[in-house]
Design a protein around this ligand. Sequence first.
Ligand code: GLP
Length: 241
Amino acid sequence: MRIIVEEDYESMSKRAALFVASQVILKPDSVLGLATGSTPLGMYKELIEMYQRSEVDFSEVITFNLDEYYQLPHDDAQSYHYFMKENFFKHINIKEYNTHLPDGMAADIEEECRKYERAIESSGGIDLQVLGIGENGHIGFNEPAEKLNVYTGLVNLTEETIKVNSRFFSSVEEVPTKAVTVGMGTILKAKRIILLASGEKKAEAIRDTVNGHVTTQVPSSFLQLHPDVTLILDKAAASLL
Ligand code: GLP
């Protein structure tokens, strides 16, 4: 595991954007695994600016997002479909048909999950996976539990995650209690992984990711088993290392 510690959120975002941009420059038809949440927002902003300066071209890039809330319409401002469109896709030259998110509205959710896995596989697999991390060590929406999913599936969100994510909704009751997420196996099959974390609230999860036992109670600890993971942190997130 490589660990890069940057001074603050802004330099963490710039460093992460450079990782993504160099991946796309070296392999223009890269398959990117993308994340939502407040952490990667700065990285997306940097990438948009790099695109505007013609430093990076997304015309052949394929993307697969990690997760989506269950039964939240795509045009709901809290859906990850909406998030990706507003914060990234509509500002760059990516082709809409090359962008993928799990469809939490699908009538047959199990078939949707299988379809998502097949689509990732037939694209050749994820070249670079971008991850954020939950305060409880979740990656995607793979929550701490006795058992973790290998493949894309429907999962229950923990009370803690519902509470943390309620900051984006008008009340905690509005937060969906389930989500569709790629599985731990899907994440660990990515050729390269970068994980971004910023702020003191993530420090314990980062400590456990790097120095803790590999345990299903800290899903991010499984990243220790992957051969090419880089953590890009700001000082506060790295403060317990
Ligand atoms: C969400 C997402 C994760 C994300 C995490 C952290 O619940 N499902 O993919 O990494 O929480 O979010 P934030 O970056 O806002 O702290």
